[in-house]
Design a protein around this ligand. Structure first.
Ligand code: ADP
Ligand code: MG
Length: 353
């Protein structure tokens, strides 16, 4: 693991995770297009038309090399900081960005077979499972506090919001509305589950993952076109000595984004233009929103949160006083170098500007 500094300087922490070459890539003789000089840096070959390669260098908070474990992501990505902030009443978001097959779902939830037999000690468990365990550890350290946890799990497919805990709504997508009272966007009639213990949170994760694939012939194909958002809201009440209660509400969103490659493949693979435009737009708008976040000062310029459902629903953590963690997932293979470069550029923009 090439580590530079773990705490975010601003409100956004950008890390990169490079997955190992997969068997198919190894068999076909695909070479590595990335190198790890250390210090939060990554080199990626730029393959030019004449076939020669010049490496381009990028720099982030942390770069996770292919041998990084799921536990390494919990320990060194900065997610623990987000969880602690969420308990303190901030709105936080962790999201995985990258092309289909780059390891977004693996990083967040681990391989799907996990949900068939939940071995609590499996090395494969993803960041969400590990974050839940860590969350309960943090809650236990707050002795004179009462906590209520609520979970919801939704998916945005072609700008339609589908409740993953109440899949009957798939036929009738939910509306996103603006609340004058909270001055925020919310999903009308979204199913919310109160969770008392770790098992309750895990059941939500499991149920949502199962519903995500219902009625889809090709899970990978489907998930490459949809964004999923798992939200844990943490409400705390602390009794002060004078009998007054202090109440706080924070939350953490775990977001598995649609594949970042979607637009360019549109024509060649016959995907509908509308679908591709929607995905492209939400990822683009997300990029703008994050860029303005990473500015630190939030220059007060117009941020187009309202331009996509995804950014509407994340607005209170992107625009508010929470922190955001971006995990850019990339393939190390030469055959994917162009998409890897696109992801590294997107992530670098989020970090700088
Ligand atoms: P995405 O969600 O970005 O489309 P996946 O998470 O489904 O990608 O990963 C694609 C494939 O690569 C899966 O078979 C997954 O198990 C494997 N994979 C991804 N990241 C890793 C990793 N860090 N270690 C081992 N296998 C991985
Ligand atoms: Mg996926």
């Amino acid at each position: 693991i090439a580590t530079k500094h773990l705490l975010p300087e601003n409100n956004i922490n950008v890390v990169v995770r490079v997955r190992p070459l997969c068997n198919k890539e190894i068999k076909s003789g695909d070479a590595m297009a990335v190198q790890f000089p250390g210090d939060g840096q990554i080199y990626c070959d730029v393959v030019t038309s004449s076939g020669d390669k010049k490496p381009k260098v990028f720099s982030y908070n942390v770069v996770f090399e292919p041998n990084a474990t799921q536990e390494d992501i919990l320990q060194y990505s900065g997610i623990k900081n987000l969880i602690e902030m969420a308990v303190e009443g901030f709105n936080c978001t962790a999201f995985c960005y990258g092309q289909t097959g780059s390891g977004k779902t693996h990083t967040l939830t681990g391989p799907p077979r996990l949900f068939e037999k939940m071995d609590p000690y499996s090395e494969d468990h993803g960041l969400v499972f590990r974050s839940f365990v860590y969350l309960f550890k943090v809650l236990q350290e707050h002795e004179n506090c009462n906590f209520v946890l609520k979970a919801s799990f939704l998916e945005i497919y072609n700008e339609k919001v589908i409740d993953l805990l109440n899949p009957g709504t798939a036929r009738k997508p939910l509306a996103v509305r603006w609340s004058k009272k909270t001055r925020g966007f919310f999903v009308e009639n979204l199913f919310t589950v109160e969770c008392e213990e770790l098992d309750d949170l895990l059941a939500v994760l499991e149920e949502g993952m199962r519903n995500r694939s219902i009625g889809t012939h090709n899970m990978n194909e489907y998930s490459s076109r949809s964004h999923s958002i798992l939200t844990i809201t943490i409400i705390s009440e602390q009794a002060m000595e004078n009998g007054v209660f202090i109440s706080k509400q924070g939350k953490i969103n775990f977001v598995d984004l649609a594949g970042s490659e979607m637009t360019k493949k549109t024509q060649s693979e016959g995907k509908t233009l509308e679908e591709a435009n929607n995905i492209n737009k939400s990822l683009m708008v997300l990029g703008y929103c994050i860029a303005s976040l990473s500015d630190g000062k939030r220059k007060g310029g117009h941020i187009p949160y309202r331009d996509s459902k995804l950014t509407k629903l994340l607005a209170d953590s992107l625009a508010g006083n929470g922190i955001t963690l971006m995990i850019a997932c990339v393939s190390p293979a030469r055959s994917n170098a162009n998409e890897t470069l696109n992801t590294l550029r997107y992530a670098a923009r989020a970090k700088k500007i």
